[in-house]
Design a protein around this ligand. Structure first.
Ligand SMILES: [Zn+2]
Length: 206
């Protein structure tokens, strides 16, 4: 390699280094520009979102809230047809299961509200079990479970836990209700109105 060739090569390298430097400067400048543009774009997007949010119609003031559901007894809300359907179902129950007299529900059951409530619940549970059995794609024990857990325990309760047990020779009006003794209730009510700090457990010794 001649001295002239070396000078040419050095000149070419020097030119390349200058070009690399220029490229680096351009890239740094471009990166700074992109960062600035992204920041500006983010600001614009946030501003557009804020304005859109302002354009949203204000939520309508909620009108009267839905009243909370109130639990009720079947006997308190049953319509005349409901009573008729329940009567037919009780008669169907006696016929279908060929219940002996000592197990049957006495015919004065409509006059015993607790018994009617039990029978209405028993019918509802039978509906659920019979529907489940009818719709099952595989053999199941819905009705067997109903017989064991609902039918016979319910009939036993009706015979043993209700005043209808006294109606063997005809209906006997249930005893008049003995209302709660309000003289004993009032002190309990007064004690119940306490601040949460009063509810902290206190040992018997205080
Ligand atoms: Zn009776």
């Amino acid at each position: 390699m001649t001295e002239g060739d070396t000078d040419d090569l050095m000149a070419a390298l020097s030119g390349l280094l200058d070009h690399v430097g220029e490229l680096e400067a351009v890239m740094r400048s471009t990166a700074r520009g992109a960062t600035a543009e992204i920041d500006e774009l983010r600001t614009v997007v946030l501003e557009v979102a804020r304005r859109l949010d302002q354009l949203q119609p204000a939520p309508e003031p909620t009108s009267d809230p839905e009243p909370a559901p109130v639990p009720h007894a079947w006997v308190d809300v049953a319509e005349p047809d409901d009573w008729a359907v329940l009567g037919e179902w009780v008669d169907w129950l006696h016929r279908t299961y060929d219940l002996p007299l000592k197990v049957r529900v006495r015919p004065c059951w409509p006059a015993h509200r607790g018994v009617a409530e039990e029978l209405a619940a028993l019918r509802t549970s039978w509906q659920a079990a019979a529907l489940a059995a009818g719709q099952a794609t595989q053999p199941g024990d819905d009705l067997a479970t109903w017989h064991e857990r609902h039918l016979h325990p319910c009939l036993d309760r009706i015979r043993s836990r209700y005043a209808i047990a006294d109606c063997e020779d005809g209906h006997t009006a249930p005893l008049s209700n003995r209302p709660t003794d309000t003289h004993l209730l009032r002190p309990v009510q007064n004690a119940a109105v306490r601040t949460p700090s009063d509810l902290i457990y206190r040992s018997p010794r205080g």
